[in-house]
Design a protein around this ligand. Structure first.
Ligand code: ZN
Ligand code: ZN
Length: 275
């Protein structure tokens, strides 16, 4: 008789980690969507970055592709666990081995490595030979919602996470530091696709905070698709001159509006911009 013991361990690890990735995404994106797009839709209209609201079929497209991505991220998670089991990673479980300072630094380091990886892999995917093949799925959302956070073509999902198995072989990392980093990455990603700008107007004028990305920053990437490639920071965008020319002006306009009339749902313009 077939019992659960017949299911290979790698398959169980894959399914469990995929379920964790998807549930975390679904819960965070779902709660933000419920709050901003349904319950408090009218209260935050002046902070909506783009006037239109996306259609239900666009949202179901975003959720469907985020589910595919969860299985790919889950597979990589299970793969890293397998790599740890056979002893080819530098993952450590004894917290006293490297101390609290390294624990905090390792999370910050992961964020900066990921930011650099993301910027360059993202620019590569905007190359005309790769854009339609790999990145177009993510850019089907011209006016993204929090559901778009993991809406990638499977090949893009592989590229997005490919740095992590390499890093765990090189850098000593505690499993909780990896979980903390991946949660921060998801939160930043969801905020980038929120569709609302919640930061104060002075944010982009602050000498330090102006280097941190906002929801408006990534929203402009979805609207025009030829600027603003960064994830956490706009350091690379400023260095490589790919920051949207009017980013600060658009941000300021969004954060200082008195009112914004409730628009009827309208189809997004299906313009594809390529570099
Ligand atoms: Zn995006
Ligand atoms: Zn893009």
């Amino acid at each position: 008789m077939f019992t659960l013991h017949h299911i290979p361990t790698w398959l169980v690890t894959w399914l469990v980690s995929s379920l964790v990735v998807f549930s975390r995404y679904f819960l965070a994106s779902g709660l933000l969507f419920l709050f901003f797009y349904i319950l408090k839709r009218r209260s935050f209209l002046n902070r909506k970055i783009q006037h239109a609201f996306p259609k239900a079929k666009e949202i179901s497209f975003e959720i469907k592709h985020s589910l595919y991505t969860s299985f790919i991220f889950g597979l990589v998670g299970a793969g890293i666990f397998g790599m740890y089991k056979i002893g080819i990673t530098r993952i450590y479980t004894d917290t006293s081995q490297f101390g609290a300072v390294w624990f905090a630094l390792s999370v910050i380091l992961l964020i900066f490595i990921h930011d650099t990886w993301f910027y360059w892999i993202h620019r590569l995917m905007h190359h005309r030979k790769l854009y339609r093949l790999i990145h177009l799925v993510h850019h089907r959302s011209h006016n993204p919602t929090p559901w778009a956070a993991l809406s990638f073509h499977p090949l893009e999902a592989v590229l997005e996470i490919a740095f992590l198995p390499a890093i765990v072989m090189l850098v000593p990392l505690h499993p909780i530091a990896i979980i903390l980093f991946s949660t921060i990455a998801l939160v930043v990603n969801i905020i980038g696709h929120l569709g609302y700008e919640l930061m104060p107007a002075w944010f982009v004028r602050h000498p330090l905070l102006r280097w941190v990305n906002t929801s408006t920053h990534h929203n402009l990437h979805h609207k025009y698709a030829n600027k603003n490639y960064g994830l956490y920071f706009n350091i690379w965008d400023r260095l490589m001159d790919t920051n949207h020319l009017h980013y600060e002006d658009i941000f300021e306009e969004t954060t200082t509006r008195e009112d914004f009339p409730d628009p009827r749902p309208q189809p997004n313009t299906r313009r594809i911009y390529e570099q």
